[in-house]
Design a protein around this ligand. Structure first.
Ligand SMILES: CC(=O)N[C@H]1[C@@H](OP(=O)(O)OP(=O)(O)OC[C@H]2O[C@@H](n3ccc(=O)[nH]c3=O)[C@H](O)[C@@H]2O)O[C@H](CO)[C@@H](O)[C@@H]1O
Ligand SMILES: C=C(OP(=O)(O)O)C(=O)O
Length: 431
């Protein structure tokens, strides 16, 4: 799909339709991406199941193919194998589309002693530097320079184990260093490691490949380097952010949606918030959920924080939920400096939201209803928020720049239209 066409696509949503049926949670994008990058660490086959069909997965597939990995997709399964002399460069063409491209840096350097990866630019939600990845690799003996916008990393004699203490928790930073450390000489200790379920999922794959890793899911991960890794088969965990997005949508409708494959274990904090504000999270069987409003939604103060606390990737969707609370809620964004771009768009639909605290704090006053209009999807999760808002608003909503949504939500129109929504994907010129 070419970029110009992508930018011309909109979603047309008919609001307040009755939604009833089953929504199935897909595999986690943020787990599939690092798991795919791990294919660089072996000459054997890596077979990944439950990989969502998303733009970001396509980007990672193209990037890995460009490096020299054969990527074969069959529905939600992907077979990956390094099959030729690798090209050790990840160019800006890929990195600009998706910051997670930086996940190839650690594996390339660990396996081949050389890597050139374009430095990601700032993105819509914030500056997002990768200084912590670079400093950690330097501690492991890498020589890193910047040249014409590229990170040139060298470790001709291999990486060595090191004690790394991240100043700040970083998800892809922890993943990059964990992958690099699997093939380093000696022991690496990562302190203040990210504890996200996606980090644990990657560790589980690496262990199947023969890596010696302990402590993933805690603040301290210990990795004893091994000389080679073998192939493995692995099933990607469910996407807790997609599940949380569906939970918000269910809470704002009649509660007739069954969310299949709901990862209760990764959403404990989020489920407690739902319960606190008057929304029941009902377990149906082992892995399904019904999310149902018990009473009028109560206001609450929430702030984003690293796992196991409230995820920044659900902040925009919860803001839509709190637009319907009886009273005033406060939402503080602590992870990214510019992740409230959905606020002006929600205001256009009649939401009463004010920003203060240098744009870090949103005060959300509950309103009776939202009204459909033309809004923009400003980033991935903001687009999910606009989609929920459009589905529950009066009248018709048009969401522009909708390509963001397809980075992270598998077959979203198909899934939602399957439970009674009316969402049409069109070109701007055709409406
Ligand atoms: C592909 C993937 O998994 N993406 C997720 C990952 O992004 P990502 O891994 O990029 O986010 P990080 O956890 O690294 O970022 C957390 C904070 O640390 C800062 N930072 C990070 C690295 C660094 O070298 N220097 C630095 O200052 C960032 O700017 C941000 O303020 O975690 C985020 C936080 O949960 C999620 O929103 C993203 O969906
Ligand atoms: C911010 C996100 O992704 P990425 O880190 O790939 O930009 C996200 O998934 O919400």
């Amino acid at each position: 799909m070419n970029k110009i066409k992508e930018k011309e696509e909109i979603l047309l949503i008919e609001g307040q339709r009755k939604l009833e049926g089953v929504l199935k949670v897909s595999g986690a994008k943020n787990s599939a991406l690092p798991n795919m990058a791990a294919s660089i660490l072996t000459d054997d086959y890596l077979y990944l199941e439950n990989v969502p069909e998303l733009l970001d997965i396509e980007t990672m597939s193209s990037l890995l193919s460009n490096i020299g990995i054969d990527v074969h997709r069959n529905g939600n399964s992907i077979l990956l194998k390094l099959s030729k002399e690798p090209n050790l460069k990840a160019s800006y063409e890929f990195v600009k589309k998706m910051r997670a491209s930086v996940l190839v840096l650690g594996p390339l350097l660990a396996r081949f002693g050389n890597a050139q990866v374009s430095l990601p630019g700032g993105c819509a939600i914030g500056e997002r530097p990768i200084d912590l990845h670079i400093e950690a690799l330097q501690k492991m003996g890498a020589d890193i320079t910047l040249k014409e916008g590229d990170i040139i990393a060298k470790a001709p004699n291999g990486l060595k184990g090191a004690k790394i203490e991240f100043r700040k928790k970083t998800v892809t930073g922890t993943e990059n260093i964990m992958m690099a450390a699997t093939l380093a000489k000696g022991t690496t200790i990562i302190k203040n490691a990210a504890k996200e379920p996606e980090v644990v999922d990657l560790a589980n794959l690496l262990i199947k490949m023969g890596a010696d890793i302990e402590g993933a899911g805690t603040d301290e991960i210990i990795i004893n380097g091994v000389s080679y890794l073998k192939g493995a088969k692995h099933k990607i965990i469910p996407d807790r952010i997609e599940a949380g997005t569906f939970a918000v949508l269910s809470a704002l409708t009649e509660g007739k949606i069954l969310i299949e494959n709901y990862p209760f274990e990764y959403l404990e904090y989020v489920n407690n918030i739902l319960e606190d504000i008057g929304i029941s999270v009902i377990k149906v069987g082992e892995r399904n959920a019904v999310i149902k409003r018990r009473e009028n939604i109560k206001p609450i103060n929430i702030e984003t924080k690293e796992y196991p606390y409230f995820p920044t990737d659900l902040q925009a969707q919860f803001m839509v939920l709190l637009c319907f609370a009886e009273g005033t809620s406060i939402i503080k964004e602590n992870i990214f400096e510019n992740r409230f771009m959905h606020v002006p768009e929600l205001r256009r639909m009649g939401a009463d939201i004010n920003l203060d605290g240098f744009g870090k704090v949103a005060t959300v006053k509950g309103v009776k209803s939202l009204e459909g209009t033309i809004v923009k999807a400003t980033d991935l999760r903001a687009s999910a928020a606009m989609l929920i808002a459009g589905l529950v608003a009066k009248g018709t909503t048009i969401i522009e720049d909708i390509y963001h949504l397809f980075r992270g939500y598998e077959k979203i129109e198909e899934k939602l239209n399957g439970i009674g929504a009316k969402i049409e994907r069109k070109y701007k010129k055709d409406i």
